[in-house]
Ligand binder design. Sequence first.
Ligand SMILES: Nc1nc2c(ncn2[C@@H]2O[C@H](COP(=O)(O)OP(=O)(O)OP(=O)(O)O)[C@@H](O)[C@H]2O)c(=O)[nH]1
Length: 294
Amino acid sequence: MTEFKAGFVSIIGKPNAGKSTLMNLLVGEQLSIVTPKAQTTRHRIMGMINTPEMQIVYSDTPGMLEPKYALHEAMMNFVKVSLEDADLVLLVIAWDDTIEEYMIDRINRVKCPVVLILNKIDLAKKEESVEEKINFWKTKFTNIQQAIPVSAAKKKNVDKILPVVQSVLPVHPPYFPQDDLTDRSERFFAAEIIREKIFYNYGQEIPYSAEVVIESFKEAEDIIRVRAQIYVERDSQKGILIGKAGSSLKKVGIEARQDMESFFKKKIHLETHVKVADNWRKERFKLKQFGYLE
Ligand SMILES: Nc1nc2c(ncn2[C@@H]2O[C@H](COP(=O)(O)OP(=O)(O)OP(=O)(O)O)[C@@H](O)[C@H]2O)c(=O)[nH]1
């Protein structure tokens, strides 16, 4: 009998590199929200692949950046922990990414194997060479064991990743019950779906100032009733979020409800309210309340 294998695979990279897109493909579920704006992912989100022989625990992580406020610090702490407990790091670099020295230094100190996932190769111009790009990154990141060029958005070459993951997975009993798909709760996904709609429906300021808390999630036989509180940082943002006669918030609510219905495979009743939590991104107490700090 072959021994059971299990391990943690951390998906790491700059904001907007395509980590969440990749995670969803690897897990086969829409666990992580994807938007064109950078810094969409704020938490570590685990997604699992279970077979009779193995358990792969993928972690999607926030994009690496130099923290400007307390929320960023909390986000970077999720990255730090994900790098420390990884059995394998998938370093996602987008075709056009430039990478700062501090990130190169940090990745070069990682103890486990690192596989470069060169993403967005669909953006390569005719005269640009994938091989050259990979060789360039290999001169910067000294611990890259393998490189896989992919286009996550076009689902190109992503199937080459699984065999590499399987080959490094250590012999270990499963870390989570084998029918688990994620470490996150239904409430978390409900909040993330609303946050995704906020990222799509507003410009630069609102998405980054908004946080969603699910105040109640009640599942009946044929319907789930969800009450969500959306927090923004200032009164003026509350007005923008709600919109004229509530039109903007209504649109967010309709879109979120539709996505929740397909995610939870049940009819959803969604109620949304907006409150101000002054400067919550800078305040440790509020970050704790929103689940970013222990
Ligand atoms: N052209 C192209 N776009 C891609 C590809 N993969 C992802 N994207 C797009 O890049 C944007 C960011 O993707 P995400 O998956 O949210 O990126 P992320 O690394 O999780 O971003 P953060 O949450 O900021 O850390 C989205 O608009 C994706 O559709 C790709 O292979 N090619």
